[in-house]
Design a protein around this ligand. Structure first.
Ligand code: SF4
Ligand code: MSK
Length: 645
C-alpha cells in the first residue's frame, strides 16, 4: 500500500489503492515517470515552431540566448503562451459551433428530440443580439439567432456580437488597445499565423493577439455555447444532487458520461430512463440504470437534471477501478488516452462518439444530432449488454456528498429579489454594506503536480471565511462539492459572519456552482450586470472581484484566464505559469496588463498565498471605491424612505 496521500478526498485515495492492487496504471504513476520535468518547458523557453530547431534558451545566461532564427526568450515565451490561448479558444469555440449547429437544426425541426426549452431566454438573447422579437414566431427568432450565432465564427470584420454585453468602458478599452475580437475563428487563425517562424516578434504585439482570440472565446464561442444550450436544454435553476464515486450503484448498469458537449448527454439522460432500456437492464440481471458524469459533461447534466457527478478530471480512471462502470461514454476534451489501457483489468467499454476524438482500443458509436435519441439508446444498450461481462471484485466506495447546483446568471438575479424585484443591485448593496466583501470566481482543472483538490478546497474555504462569495465552474466546483462546500449549511461552518447572514437570508450556499468550463461566460455576464446595477464603479476592473484557477492544466484554462484578465479581473493561477523564462512577458502579464487590459495575471505558490493575494486585491478595490469600512445596517422608517426617494 502506498503511504502517500494523493488527494484531499478520502474516496479518491481509497480507489487509488484499489487501482494499484488491480495493476491498473493511473495518471499519478505516469506523472512520476515524467519527473524531473524539462526546465525549459516549465519556463516556456523552448521552441519547435520550425525545423531549424527545436531551439531553447539558456535561462542562466551562459548558453544560447537566441534560437537559430534569432528569436529571443521574449518572443518564444509570448508565442508559446498565445499558442496555448489558441488551443483553448479553439476547443471552447468549436464546442460553441457544434451547439449552434444543433440549435439551428432543432429550430428548423430537423433534429428530432430537441426543442426550445426556455422561450424567455430565447427572446432575451435574440434581443441582445439585435434580432427583432416583437410579434414574431419563436421558430423564426430561433432560426435567425442560430444563423447569427454560426456567422460569428467566420465573421471577418466588425465586432463579435455578444461583446455588446460588456460595459461600454470595457469595450472602449478593447477598441483602444486593438484587442476587440472581429470573428471567433479569425483570431485563432491569426495566432497560428503570427507565431509561425518569421512573423510577429514583439512580445507586446504578440500578446495583444492572444487577448483578442481569448475575448473571442469568452464573449464569443463560450458565450454562444452557454446561451444556446440554456435555450435548448433549459436555463439551470438550483437543484440538489450527489457527488463522488459512491454515486455508482453496484447492482445497476452504470453509464458514465465524460467530456464536454451536452447535446449527446442530454439524450443519454432520456435513453437511460426509457422503459425499453430499463426492461432490457432487468433482463440482464441488473436492478436499474445509473447515469453519472465526469468532468464538464457531468456539470452540464448536473445543472439541468440533477444527475449525480462521479468525479472530476483526476478521478476518471478511478471510476473504472470500481469495476462497475459498464460503459464510459466520451466526446471531446479532458479525456485521458490512458482510459483505454484499463481494459486488461476491468470490463468497462470506452465508447467514443465524436468524429473529432477517436481512441485506439475504444468502441466508436458516432453521434448524429439528427438521430440523437436512437444513437443514445444504442449507446445505453451497449452498456446494458456489457453488464454481464463484469469480472473481479466490486469496489464502489461508500463516499458521496450532497450539493446544490444550478446557479445561472438569471437565477442569481431572481434569487436576489424575485421576478419583479430581482436585480444585481441587491448583490452590490450587500457588497457596499460590507456583508459580502467581494466576489471570487474559482475555476479550472486538477493537476497531478499538486495534491488532488487540495488547492481548490483550501482557497475557497479561506475566501468564504473572509466573507467573499465564491462562484465556481468545472472541476473546481466538483472538488468543493465533494468537500461539502456547495450546500447552504456550509455557510454556518465555514463562512464569515456577513456572508453567513446573506446565505441564511436567501438560503443559498456560500459557494455557487455556475456550471461547466464554457459557463465561465456566465461569470462574465454576472460581472457585467454588477457594473450595470451601479454603485461599484463603471468598469469590471473597478469591481471588488478576483479570479483563480488553483490546479489548472489545460490550454482552455489559459484561454479562460486571458479573457477574464482582458475583461478586467485580477486572476491568480496555481501550479506555475510557463512564462517566467521571459522577464518582458512576465512584466506584461503580471503588471502592465493592469493598464492595458484592466486585469492582470498572478501566480501563487500555495493556497494561503493565493487567497491572501485575492483578498488583498478585493480590499484594495474596496478602498478605491470608498467602501473599505463595513457599514452598519441602517433600518429605514417611512420618513427616511420618503427622504431617500
Ligand atoms: Fe528555433 Fe526560431 Fe525555428 Fe523556433 S522558429 S525552432 S526559435 S529557429
Ligand atoms: S473539464 S478543462 S479538467 S476544469 Fe472542463 Fe475539468 Fe479543466 Fe477539463
Amino acid at each position: 500500500m502506498s503511504e502517500k496521500k494523493w488527494s484531499v478526498d478520502p474516496v479518491t485515495n481509497e480507489l487509488y489503492e484499489v487501482a494499484c492492487a488491480e495493476g491498473m496504471e493511473t495518471v499519478w504513476e505516469r506523472h512520476q515517470e515524467q519527473e524531473p520535468r524539462c526546465g525549459f518547458g516549465e519556463l516556456g523557453i523552448c521552441c519547435r515552431n520550425c525545423f531549424m530547431g527545436p531551439c531553447r534558451i539558456d535561462p542562466f545566461g551562459e548558453g544560447a540566448q537566441k534560437g537559430v532564427c534569432g528569436a529571443t526568450a521574449d518572443t518564444i515565451v509570448a508565442r508559446n503562451f498565445i499558442r496555448m490561448v489558441a488551443g483553448g479558444a479553439a476547443a471552447h469555440s468549436d464546442h460553441g459551433r457544434d451547439v449552434a449547429t444543433t440549435f439551428l437544426a432543432a429550430a428548423k425541426g430537423e433534429a428530432a428530440g430537441y426543442e426550445i426549452k426556455d422561450e424567455r431566454k430565447l427572446h432575451q438573447v435574440a434581443a441582445q443580439a439585435g434580432i427583432e422579437t416583437e410579434g414574431r414566431d419563436n421558430k423564426d427568432i430561433a432560426i435567425e439567432l442560430g444563423e447569427l450565432a454560426l456567422s460569428q465564427f467566420g465573421q471577418q470584420e466588425g465586432e463579435v456580437v455578444f461583446t455588446n454585453m460588456a460595459p461600454e468602458s470595457v469595450r472602449a478599452r478593447w477598441r483602444r488597445e486593438g484587442i476587440m475580437p472581429r470573428g471567433i475563428d479569425r483570431e485563432i487563425v491569426e495566432i497560428m499565423h503570427r507565431t509561425h517562424i518569421g512573423v510577429d516578434t514583439d512580445a507586446d504585439n504578440i500578446l495583444r493577439q492572444g487577448s483578442r482570440a481569448a475575448l473571442g472565446d469568452g464573449w464569443g464561442g463560450s458565450m454562444i455555447a452557454t446561451e444556446l444550450q440554456d435555450i435548448l436544454f433549459g436555463t439551470p435553476r438550483p437543484l440538489t444532487a450527489e457527488v463522488n464515486l459512491g454515486v455508482l450503484e453496484p447492482e445497476n448498469v452504470n453509464v458514465v458520461v465524460h467530456g464536454h458537449e451536452p447535446a449527446l448527454s442530454e439524450m443519454i439522460v432520456v435513453a437511460a430512463n426509457d422503459p425499453e432500456m430499463l426492461k432490457l437492464a432487468e433482463e440482464q440481471g441488473a436492478k436499474g440504470i445509473t447515469l453519472a458524469g465526469i468532468c464538464c459533461t457531468a456539470n452540464e447534466i448536473l445543472m439541468r437534471h440533477g444527475i449525480p457527478v462521479a468525479g472530476n478530471f483526476l478521478q476518471q480512471e478511478l471510476a473504472l477501478a470500481t469495476g462497475v462502470v459498464d460503459a464510459m461514454i466520451v466526446d471531446v476534451q479532458c479525456i485521458m488516452p490512458g482510459l483505454t489501457d484499463s481494459k486488461d483489468c476491468v470490463h468497462s467499454k470506452i465508447v467514443t462518439t465524436s468524429p473529432k476524438a477517436k481512441f485506439p482500443g475504444a468502441m466508436h458509436i458516432q453521434f448524429d444530432e439528427h438521430n440523437a435519441l436512437e444513437t443514445a439508446k444504442e449507446i445505453v444498450k451497449t452498456a446494458i449488454l456489457n453488464y454481464k461481462n463484469r469480472r473481479g471484485a466490486v469496489r464502489v466506495p461508500k463516499g458521496k456528498t450532497e450539493l446544490v447546483a444550478g446557479f445561472s446568471t438569471e437565477y442569481i438575479q431572481y434569487m436576489l429579489g424575485g421576478h419583479f424585484r430581482g436585480d444585481y443591485w441587491v448583490l452590490n448593496d450587500n457588497i457596499i454594506s460590507g456583508r459580502i466583501r467581494g466576489v471570487a470566481g474559482v475555476v479550472g482543472c486538477n493537476n497531478p503536480k499538486v495534491i488532488h483538490d487540495q488547492l481548490h478546497v483550501d482557497v475557497v474555504k479561506e475566501l468564504i471565511s473572509n466573507d467573499i462569495l465564491v462562484a465556481q465552474t468545472g472541476c473546481s466546483a466538483i472538488a468543493c462539492a465533494k468537500a461539502g462546500l456547495l450546500v447552504p449549511e456550509a455557510a454556518l461552518e465555514y463562512a464569515g459572519p456577513g456572508l453567513t447572514e446573506v446565505c441564511e437570508t436567501t438560503g443559498m450556499p456560500p459557494v455557487l456552482h455556475a456550471g461547466s468550463c464554457v459557463d465561465n461566460s456566465r461569470i462574465l455576464a454576472v460581472l457585467s450586470r454588477m457594473v450595470q446595477a451601479g454603485g461599484l464603479g463603471e468598469d469590471i476592473s473597478d469591481l471588488p472581484v478576483a479570479g483563480a484557477a488553483p490546479e489548472w492544466m489545460s490550454e482552455k484554462a489559459i484561454s479562460i484566464g486571458e479573457y477574464v484578465v482582458a475583461s478586467g479581473v485580477y486572476t491568480v493561477f496555481g501550479v506555475g505559469l510557463p512564462v517566467t523564462g521571459s522577464p518582458v512577458v512576465s512584466e506584461l502579464l503580471f503588471e502592465r496588463y493592469a493598464e492595458t487590459r484592466g486585469g492582470r495575471w498572478a501566480v501563487a505558490p500555495d493556497a494561503r498565498t493565493m487567497a491572501a493575494m485575492m483578498i488583498d486585491h478585493i480590499n484594495e478595490r474596496r478602498g478605491t471605491l470608498g467602501i473599505e469600512e463595513k457599514k452598519e445596517r441602517v433600518l429605514f422608517d417611512m420618513a427616511a424612505r420618503r427622504e431617500l426617494a
